[in-house]
Design a protein around this ligand. Structure first.
Ligand code: ADP
Ligand code: MG
Length: 388
């Protein structure tokens, strides 16, 4: 049994004085390309990563939930199915779970309560979607225990609904969907309009490296909402439901009709959709030089058109790009204003990338970066019983 799973079992026993019935696991994720496209009904290309949230659960006969997490020790959170109330400041992390049960209840499905203990090695708030990992580990467990018979995609949608309506975060579907449906050694090309998805193999020759800039993140939520509004404004201007239904040429032709900043926001989204599809083809074909080019263009577009990068992130990309050249790609990943960069690079270059970051990033920025060497991993699942 993995260390994290052992810790989840142990926390369960310490908290509830009995052993858990089952263990569930859901991964964090990294987006390879396709940023701020999900809420515009566009394309994204994330991979689930080998950092996981594990929960030990035992079903109850009543409708009560009791939850603990080792990330926020010392308090057992309690609520009843269908009586989640509204979020209050004391709820902190448990709002993600209450959001899920509230969404299940709102959809008319019945569910039984559970006792549960959460342990994770996904870094919290680092842009690797620890929140979706938490929701999906919990949602997958509840789906089984209460026999809701939801598909992995439906569990992901339920989690998104909970986060939108209960937690109050207007997130797209990407994080939940990849945590639910990731495949080992594959990224997932998701069409966020109809939620079709297609696994895309990541060539064996590539290392997946994530580097956290450790930039303190401030304006994330307000800037995120502002970008959404700007995108909606452009869609409205052209009378389309979302930017998915606008093409670059129409945008270019009507450029003068729009505030310059809105034009650039839309140009990012439209060009990013195209790059994301092209990157999926390049990965599939093992065309790393092309992938490198597309990831570089994506970064420039986020920097200049969407304006969501910060100087420290640009510096990290510059440091890694200088080592990698066309033998891999690097770009900022996630919502922006700090967070992480993702690099997909020839295995042989892994040590050189890590060394370059260690040598140059601190000197340039005064910050220490954290490096996560990852592999693409499987989506949420119950852990095999033999693991006990
Ligand atoms: P990210 O999803 O990028 O890690 P978020 O701010 O969206 O960042 O989600 C982080 C929040 O999710 C944490 O502050 C906490 O409330 C909740 N969370 C994530 N993982 C855990 C965990 N293992 N235990 C308890 N809460 C968690
Ligand atoms: Mg999150």
């Amino acid at each position: 049994m993995s260390n994290t799973a052992q810790r989840a079992n142990k926390l369960f026993v310490q908290t509830f004085g009995t052993t858990a019935d089952d263990l569930y696991r859901a991964p964090g994720r990294v987006n390879l390309i396709g940023e701020h496209t999900d809420y515009n009904d566009g394309f994204v290309l994330p991979a689930a990563i080998n950092f996981h949230t594990i929960i030990a659960v035992k079903q109850r006969d009543d409708d009560k939930f009791r939850a603990v997490s080792d990330a926020f020790p010392g308090k057992i959170h309690t609520w009843h199915f269908g009586h989640e109330g509204t979020t209050d400041p004391d709820d902190t992390w448990v709002k993600y779970l209450k959001g899920f049960t509230a969404a299940v209840c709102a959809s008319g499905l019945p569910a039984k309560g559970m006792d549960l203990a959460v342990v994770s090695n996904v870094p919290l708030g680092a842009g690797l979607s620890s929140s979706a990992a938490l929701e999906l580990a919990f949602g997958t467990a509840l789906n089984d225990a209460s026999q809701l018979r939801l598909s992995p995609l439906a569990v992901a949608q339920m989690a998104q609904r909970g986060e939108n309506q209960y937690v109050g975060c207007a997130c797209g579907i990407m994080d939940q969907m990849i945590s639910a449906m990731g495949e080992e050694e594959h990224a997932l090309l998701i069409d966020c309009e109809d939620l079709d998805s297609e696994p895309v193999p990541i060539p064996e020759s590539l290392s997946l490296i994530i580097v956290n800039s450790n930039v303190p993140r401030g304006l994330v939520d307000s800037e995120y909402n502002l970008r959404r509004e700007q995108c909606e404004q452009v869609a409205e201007h052209f009378g389309v439901e979302s930017l998915r239904h606008l093409d670059l040429r129409t945008l270019e032709n009507a450029k003068e009709e729009l505030p310059e900043v809105c034009y650039r926001r839309a140009r990012h989204v439209l060009s990013e959709n195209r790059r994301t599809q092209n990157a999926a083809h390049a990965l599939e074909a093992g065309n790393i030089a092309r992938l490198s080019e597309l990831m570089a263009q994506s970064h420039q577009s986020m920097r200049d058109d969407f304006e969501i990068t910060v100087p420290e992130i640009d510096k990290l990309v510059e440091i890694i790009d200088a080592v990698v050249g066309d033998r891999g790609g690097v770009r900022m990943t996630g919502g922006g204003f700090g967070g992480c960069v993702v690099a997909l690079v020839d295995h042989d270059l892994t040590d050189a990338v890590v060394e370059a970051v260690e040598r140059q990033y601190h000197t340039a920025t005064g910050l220490e970066a954290s490096v996560y060497l990852c592999s693409a991993s499987q989506g949420a699942s119950r852990l095999d019983e033999e693991l006990y």
